[in-house]
Design a protein around this ligand. Structure first.
Ligand code: CTP
Length: 214
């Protein structure tokens, strides 16, 4: 049995990659598998927390013992997160949220005979920045260059307690694998480079930090 250091705590975890509709059958998505967020949700549950998992579509089964909220778009993720955090002590935002959505998706399936088309994209809201600072906020930064600098900028801009940075060009910590190599950066500026671990092990280290903050 896991240690029960999160007993009685309410934790919101997000996972997966949000999808933005182009027309009724097509969307813009990203390569997030949801594995990191699901591992954090399961580890939080096993350490005694009451967990709400807000998830974009993934190939993963719903884990038992967790309240699951299925969403598709960034805007639906935003509404679900803002509602859930009002009852929570921590938010761990592992989802890959679309930064843009299609303005005015087509109501009918777009036909090839249209030839060349242009999709107009508009930015989505930054969810983490909208979450009040009275709960602990953990973000993720998946970067392809200048990992630590970019992660520190996000930590400050989104007013986070900690950010989990990973290099997506590293095949062992990229998308849809069971391992991850991450760097934990907290708001005091401390930088902790963890070795290659399973996503479940990474989840446990993140939760050690979260438990220490609460
Ligand atoms: N995030 C969010 N709302 C968004 C986009 C991202 O809350 N609309 C969260 C992600 O879940 C993640 C963190 O912010 O925890 C960093 O996501 P990322 O996409 O790397 O950050 P962006 O602010 O979108 O910066 P970039 O321009 O590098 O994409």
């Amino acid at each position: 049995m896991s240690k029960q250091d999160l007993a009685g705590k309410a934790i919101v975890v997000t996972a997966g990659g949000t999808q933005e509709p182009i027309d009724p059958v097509r969307h813009i998505g990203n390569r997030s598998s949801g594995k990191m967020g699901y591992a954090i949700a399961e580890a939080s549950r096993d350490r005694g927390a009451r967990v709400t998992l807000i998830t974009a579509p993934t190939a993963l089964p719903d884990p038992p013992g967790i309240k699951i909220v299925h969403i598709i778009t960034a805007d639906e993720m935003r509404s679900a997160v803002l509602e859930a955090v009002s009852q929570a002590e921590a938010l761990i935002m592992a989802a890959a949220v679309s930064d843009y959505r299609v303005e005015g998706p087509a109501e009918q399936k777009i036909k090839r005979e249209h030839g060349r088309i242009i999709l107009e994209l508009v930015p989505t809201a930054d969810i983490l920045s909208e979450v009040p600072d009275n709960i602990r906020k953990i973000g993720f930064a998946a970067e392809s260059e200048n990992l630590i600098i970019n992660a520190k900028i996000k930590l400050e801009r989104k007013r986070l307690d900690m950010i989990v940075a990973n290099d997506i060009t590293d095949p062992e910590s990229g998308f849809n694998v069971d391992t991850n190599r991450v760097i934990l950066i907290d708001k005091t500026g401390s930088v902790d480079e963890l070795p290659l671990m399973s996503k479940r092990e990474v989840a446990e280290v993140i939760l050690d930090r979260v438990a220490g903050m609460m």
